[in-house]
Design a protein around this ligand. Structure first.
Ligand SMILES: NC(=O)c1ccc[n+]([C@@H]2O[C@H](COP(=O)([O-])OP(=O)(O)OC[C@H]3O[C@@H](n4cnc5c(N)ncnc54)[C@H](O)[C@@H]3O)[C@@H](O)[C@H]2O)c1
Length: 220
């Protein structure tokens, strides 16, 4: 892989990490289109549609296939209008069968219960995976997905979590890397929105739960 190619991929990774619903795809060789990542998008409705647009806006990936069971439904139109010539599928299995050798990565923005089968098929076919949160439906599914990812250390996987992908988190990472803060041993996260399950009620006030030792992995 030449230097310019590698640098471009790093840029994609960096830009993608700052998206509202971020995705990060790694250094891997794109066979068909220079240094861009060929991406198949499965679930192009609401959140999945935002993911497609965000990833495309980095300028570092080609959208090469679109898949949605409800292709043409109102929630899919924005993406369909943006990519009128991209092949469309309504069944992800057909997408993998027919175009499996034409892309390196998938974004998965379907409802929660389908994250598992699509991710497992993608990993089995050697694709990098960005899958929306929650990662899966059960702990068992998550364990199987993690085991499948470990079997393919060359593949990069990421669960989309916009709260962990926005600039606020990267600010602290930058501070730590610059030595402005050091020896971080704990982080406390606050959320004051009443719609969150994690809130704790104290008297008449709602306060966010404190997540001691929230993994530093969200910063790395
Ligand atoms: N990262 C975040 O912060 C964030 C925010 C909102 C939603 N989400 C997650 O994003 C995912 C999608 O959420 P949403 O609100 O957009 O759901 P949605 O139901 O509004 O849209 C899902 C889309 O996927 C399509 N679809 C359903 N099953 C499919 C399948 N098997 N194959 C292909 N397409 C399929 C639907 O037709 C629809 O267009 C969910 O897992 C949700 O939890 C994450």
């Amino acid at each position: 892989m030449n230097q310019a190619h590698e640098s471009s991929r790093r840029t994609f990774l960096k830009n993608a990490a700052l998206l509202t619903s971020a995705a990060a795809f790694p250094a891997f060789i794109s066979k068909n289109s220079g240094d861009k990542v060929n991406l198949a998008c499965i679930g192009i409705g609401n959140q999945g549609g935002l993911d497609v647009m965000s990833l495309y806006s980095t300028g570092l990936c080609n959208i090469v296939a679109l898949c949605d069971v409800d292709m043409g439904a109102p929630q899919t139109l924005k993406v369909l209008e943006k990519f009128p010539d991209v092949p469309r599928f309504q069944d992800f299995r057909q997408l993998f069968d027919k175009m499996g050798n034409q892309f390196e990565a998938v974004s998965i923005g379907v409802p929660d219960h389908s994250h598992f089968p699509i991710t497992m098929m993608a990993l089995g076919m050697g694709k990098h995976v960005f899958v929306e949160k929650p990662m899966a439906r059960t702990f068992h599914e998550v364990e199987l997905m993690m085991a499948a990812a470990r079997k393919h250390p060359n593949l990069v996987t990421q669960m989309g979590n916009q709260g962990h992908s926005e600039a606020n988190y990267f600010q602290f990472k930058a501070w730590k890397e610059a030595g402005i803060i050091k020896d971080v041993t704990a982080m406390t996260a606050h959320m004051n929105s009443p719609r969150r399950w994690a809130r704790v009620l104290v008297g008449a006030h709602s306060v966010a739960c404190s997540m001691e030792l929230l993994s530093m992995s969200c910063l790395t």
